[in-house]
Design a protein around this ligand. Structure first.
Ligand SMILES: C[S@@+](CC[C@H](N)C(=O)[O-])C[C@H]1O[C@@H](n2cnc3c(N)ncnc32)[C@H](O)[C@@H]1O
Length: 433
């Protein structure tokens, strides 16, 4: 919005999400300044900017944040009014540069993600079910690939970085569907500030988890600190408890199987046994009565009615010890998997094993996509890097959109998708001026 260009009434209406008539009313009431060029009214971007500034008070956003957070907000000098971010004019357009299929999604857009997200709002407002982003971490470093290609620069730091991210998060919130959610990957140096920004943008009540991701092997630091071998993934929904939640479980590892189901049955496979009685005495019910010549131990009752116990025994699912003690057989094959907890181990592979610096693990992305999207969902990664999220989404039959502004990322994404026969349409954001 720095340079002074002209906007049509339709463009102003579109930006303010009001009708053309409302814009005319603003002009008639002298609230919005317009100039007549060739019989049509035009508004300079400077006038439009003043209109936005005049119509948003500094107290309003503050009050909005306080409602969304625990009655506090993160303050720094460059914090732009949310209204202004939402109504900033995007003068560019997305041009197709390579068409490989006829679907509307499954596309990669080369360009700055703020401008691209603004453009995507026209078509995808409220339609994106899942966003995974792994932005730069505000480290001030430059990242190169193993063959020394400049991949991207992480040069914004501190509050400038937070504001960069906040602007994009506000647009992402508008893109998310009512059942949508966002996972934001970040390190622990800046992550706690980002948490407060996310509370302000999405609302504290929509915060679901702070997932600790174990990223590498334990470190042997010389400095006086605990080894730092994890980062964090902040998970928010657009609307708490309405988000897609497929409740996927963690399958049992072989080590866990050995620990929990150590015995092998010739026909039924690996198993363990559980007692068939439980604490508490039944006074006059079936579960307190004698079964196969045995009474439940003192102060306990049978876990099942005697008819069920007999049926289990006939099916060979009761194991009798040499001393005549019965226990129920529990099969490893019937284990439903473990509830996933908030510490995940998905270690990064070394630079020589990946296509792009800071490339994330495929299985981590598959877990997120499986749990928080469905086959009809659109998955967005607007810090796409190597395209790892896009590939995982394609593999799981989701629709996907990727954005990045690094030339190297663009090359790697093209190479990676074509290697895996994943059809993608490629676009570029062009500024009109
Ligand atoms: C940490 S990397 C993402 C790595 C990715 N998750 C992967 O698995 O390969 C961050 C990416 O964000 C991109 N990026 C940074 N600022 C951007 C911006 N303003 N617009 C678009 N992409 C941006 C960088 O080019 C870089 O590729």
């Amino acid at each position: 919005m720095a340079q002074s260009n002209f906007l049509t009434l339709d463009e102003v209406a579109q930006n303010l999400k009001v009708t053309r008539q409302t814009v005319s009313k603003y002009i008639k009431n002298n609230e919005l300044n317009a100039v007549k060029i060739n019989k049509s009214y035009r508004i300079t971007t400077d006038d439009f900017e003043s209109f936005i500034t005049n119509n948003s008070t500094s107290e309003e956003p503050q009050i909005a944040y306080l409602k969304r957070t625990k009655n506090c907000a993160l303050n720094y000098g460059e914090k732009v009014d949310e209204f202004e971010i939402l109504h900033a004019v995007s003068t560019g357009e997305l041009k197709i540069i390579e068409k490989n299929h006829s679907e509307s999604e499954n596309k990669f857009i080369f360009g700055d993600n703020f401008l691209v997200l603004k453009q995507l709002l026209d078509t995808y407002r409220g339609k994106i079910d899942l966003v995974y982003i792994d932005p730069p971490f505000g480290t001030g470093q430059h990242f190169n690939s193993i063959d020394d290609h400049a991949a991207y620069s992480d040069k914004l730091v501190d509050s400038e970085f937070l504001e960069f991210l906040r602007k994009r998060l506000i647009l992402i919130r508008e893109l998310l569907s009512e059942r949508g959610s966002i996972y934001l990957h970040i390190d622990k140096k800046i992550g706690h500030y980002v948490k407060i920004i996310m509370d302000e943008v999405f609302g504290y009540h929509n915060f679901i988890n702070d997932i600790t991701r174990i990223k590498c092997n334990p470190k042997n630091f010389a400095r006086n600190a605990y080894g730092n071998y994890s980062d964090m993934i902040l998970y928010y929904s657009k609307n708490r408890d309405e988000q897609i939640w497929n409740d996927i479980t963690e399958t049992m590892s072989e080590a866990k199987r050995k620990e929990l189901f150590p015995k092998k049955h010739p026909k039924l496979g690996y198993y363990t046994t559980n007692p068939i009685h439980a604490p508490g005495k039944t006074l006059d019910g079936d579960t307190g009565l004698e079964w196969k010549g045995l009474l439940p131990p003192k102060g306990r009752h049978w876990r099942y009615n005697r008819a069920v116990l007999t049926e289990l025994d006939e099916q060979g699912l009761i194991e009798w010890s040499s001393t005549g003690n019965p226990r129920k057989i529990v099969l490893a094959s019937e284990h439903k998997g473990f509830k996933i907890q908030d510490v995940w181990e998905f270690k990064d592979r070394g630079l020589s094993y990946v296509d792009y610096p800071t490339q994330k693990n495929d299985s981590l992305l598959e877990r997120i996509i499986l749990n928080s999207s469905n086959e009809d969902s659109i998955v967005l990664d607007c810090f796409a890097g190597s395209g790892s999220t896009l590939k995982a989404a394609a593999k799981l039959n989701r629709k996907w959109i990727g954005v990045d502004n690094s030339n190297h990322a663009f090359e790697i994404i093209k190479e990676g998708l074509s290697k895996e026969n994943i059809a993608c349409n490629y676009f570029e954001y062009f500024s009109k001026y």
